[in-house]
Design a protein around this ligand. Structure first.
Ligand code: GLN
Length: 233
């Protein structure tokens, strides 16, 4: 059939949004690395396709890039949800995560539940489920619409936390913990959302079946566990 992206049935062109360690980030040698990068490449390879050149863009542009055919595959810690499923298809889930609320280390923000965020300025990366959570808190009357901050990427949000320009950010737990281990920020509390991550592909891309078969194999033979140990422990 017609294949967009690389335009070649044999090649799957992956896209991500770095600055989301340990899932995808740029290391000291200026290379794109992380759990998603390794798992995506292993999955595409085992499914019998060639891995195309990675595109690294803003999280919010990944779905349009995929549907427009600039990339064939999203590996970006992307939560599977109904809204996104209207536009794209997802692989079987490959990771489970909840959200965390990150604050400046030693800040006077004393928050242990969402209600405690009342009156604060709260941010998240654009297009994320973290931002959806913040918007839900506006709906609930806990946050003011004007007090929401939307960032192009999470590293910019963390900088603003350190500078005191935002009081709290909502971000996936493993990434929150990663920032907390290297930056001047700490996890205040967690929000249980029960999200699962999947790889994204176009709805009409019939290579998705091979991708799911390969993911299953990678779990069954211990490769998945090895990658978890490499990137999370
Ligand atoms: N898991 C969250 C989402 O899907 C955040 C992903 C990200 O920021 N890379 O929106």
């Amino acid at each position: 059939g017609d294949v967009l992206g690389g335009g070649d049935e044999d090649v799957i062109v992956p896209g991500t949004a770095s600055g989301f360690a340990p899932f995808e980030f740029i290391n000291e040698d200026d290379e794109l690395v992380g759990f998603d990068i390794d798992l995506a490449e292993e999955t595409i390879d085992r499914a019998g396709y060639e891995v195309g050149d990675w595109t690294d863009t803003e999280f919010d542009s990944l779905i349009p890039s995929l549907t427009e055919g600039n990339i064939d595959f999203i590996a970006a810690g992307m939560t599977i949800n109904e809204e996104r499923q209207e536009a794209i298809a997802f692989s079987d889930p490959y990771y489970e995560s909840d959200q965390a609320v990150l604050v400046a280390a030693g800040s006077d923000v004393d928050a242990s539940a969402v209600e405690d965020l009342e009156g604060l300025i709260v941010g998240a990366q654009g297009g994320t489920t973290g931002l959806d959570e913040a918007e839900a808190l506006v709906e609930e009357g806990i946050l003011e619409e004007d007090d929401l901050r939307q960032y192009d990427n999470y590293p910019l949000a963390v900088e603003d936390l350190e500078n005191g320009n935002v009081d709290a950010i909502i971000i996936d737990i493993p990434v929150a913990q990663n920032f907390a281990s290297g930056r001047d920020v700490e996890v205040a509390f967690e929000i249980e959302t029960g999200e699962v991550f999947g790889f994204g592909m176009r709805q009409d891309d019939d290579r998705l079946g091979d991708i799911n078969d390969a993911l299953g194999e990678i779990r069954d033979d211990g490769t998945y566990e090895d990658l978890i140990e490499t990137w999370f422990e």
